[in-house]
Design a protein around this ligand. Structure first.
Ligand SMILES: NC(=O)c1ccc[n+]([C@@H]2O[C@H](COP(=O)([O-])OP(=O)(O)OC[C@H]3O[C@@H](n4cnc5c(N)ncnc54)[C@H](OP(=O)(O)O)[C@@H]3O)[C@@H](O)[C@H]2O)c1
Length: 367
């Protein structure tokens, strides 16, 4: 990225050609979010001169990869063109043949890779395979945006557990619920619509037994065109959850203690994860193929995972209401201000009357 000569308060960012085409690819890749695990959401754009001749993204696990769709669309126009891929292509045989083979066969003469693949079976070998075929390769264009999209894939590959995004809504005086009241809506419709988009994009949506029993959330995706349901996960050490709750559906997961009595849940087809610690629970959720998880509360579960260092990202809606009394988002013990966990890469956005604050607590795992 470079800048034109302009006054410091009006610096205009100008994208290089590589950044412009990679931006297009980065707009395409998230269409696969929530559908590709254990694979990453990846896209490929093939450019001949100043024209896109082929493009594609990985739509879901088991279907062809982006580097197959894009050359297929480009046909003979790929010869001598440049391919932009948001992740280093794989160079090994998995469920599909190596993506490097598809790019080499297409005849492209240059490949621009946003970020290297942290999978130990790839990890630079994809770039090497392309270079061995006399293809010019550039790496690292708009890398931060690409790694952000791939946070779930990277988390499972590098740390063996899903990327955990904590989402909650609170009033201006920092309350997530009135005492003893189930299902009291804190935020506006616009905020709730945004949360539905996230449910569509993450692999799992999780609540604790307290929220399940108090609010009976459906944990479905509503109002998102083409949306699909994330896998519902309920954390409940003592198996006290209402077995008739709406969250129980085929594919739902109960995370409980090793000795909990859960035969009724098992008999109704619920997947049971028995874990001694929160870390073990998340590792086992990773083994179930879940690479990202939207943690929708409540305070008990959020505090457990946050205090164990297992929350990677926070998305908080703040609603212009004053409640008084009520539940705080966290039940963690008192700390000094200099012990507060500080978010990085913070964004602030207005949604209707609410304010959405997001930020990272963890670095996105890299190679
Ligand atoms: N405004 C919002 O965004 C929002 C979102 C969600 C909920 N809420 C509100 O929050 C309230 C409920 O909060 P809550 O703190 O009572 O309930 P909660 O956090 O939903 O659930 C707490 C339970 O989670 C279980 N749990 C915690 N860590 C666990 C682990 N590592 N493994 C397995 N289970 C684990 C524990 O079960 P055991 O006791 O069996 O150990 C604990 O009692 C409700 O009023 C709800 O409306 C607000």
């Amino acid at each position: 990225m470079y800048t034109v000569n302009a006054p410091p308060d009006r610096v205009v960012a100008v994208l290089s050609a590589d950044e412009r085409w990679m931006t297009l690819a980065l707009d395409l890749a998230p269409r696969g979010l929530g559908r590709t695990a254990p694979n990453p959401p990846v896209s490929c754009v093939i450019v001949q001169g100043d024209e896109v001749v082929g493009q594609g993204f990985h739509p879901r696990a088991g279907e062809p990869h982006a580097e197959v769709f894009a050359p297929h669309g480009a046909g003979a126009h790929a010869r001598g063109a440049t391919a932009y891929v948001t992740l280093e292509p794989c160079s090994h045989h998995g469920r599909t043949p190596p993506c490097t083979d598809a790019l080499i066969a297409s005849g492209v003469c240059r490949v621009v890779v946003s970020t290297l693949n942290p999978n130990p079976r790839v990890a630079g070998r994809g770039v090497q395979a392309l270079r061995d075929a006399a293809i010019d390769v550039s790496v690292g264009i708009l890398e931060a945006g690409a790694t952000r999209q791939q946070a779930g894939f990277r988390s499972v590959i590098v740390r063996g557990r899903p990327w955990v995004v904590a989402k909650y809504a609170m009033t201006l005086d920092g309350k997530v619920a009135a005492v003893g009241e189930g299902n009291g809506k804190v935020s506006d419709a616009a905020a709730r619509e945004r949360a539905m988009v996230w449910r569509n994009e993450l692999d799992a949506v999780a609540v604790g037994s307290g929220t399940l029993n108090m609010d009976d959330p459906a944990l479905t995706t509503r109002g998102v065109p083409g949306g699909r349901y994330a896998r519902a996960v309920v954390f409940d050490r003592q198996a006290r959850s209402n077995p008739q709750a709406q969250a129980w559906r085929p594919g739902s997961v109960l995370v409980t203690a090793p000795d909990a009595a859960v035969s009724a849940f098992e008999a109704s087809g619920i997947t049971v994860v028995r874990a001694e610690t929160p870390q073990s629970a998340l590792t086992q959720l990773g083994h179930l193929g879940l690479s990202s998880m939207l943690l929708e509360g409540g305070p008990g579960l959020l505090s457990t995972l946050l205090d164990a260092g297992l929350v990677d990202e926070v998305r908080t809606f703040i609603s212009p209401k004053l409640l008084g009394g009520g539940l705080s988002p966290l039940t963690s013990p008192d700390r000094r201000m200099n012990e507060a966990q500080e978010l990085r890469d913070v964004t602030v956005e207005t949604l209707g009357q609410d304010v959405l604050v997001t930020g990272l607590l963890s670095d996105i795992p890299r190679l």
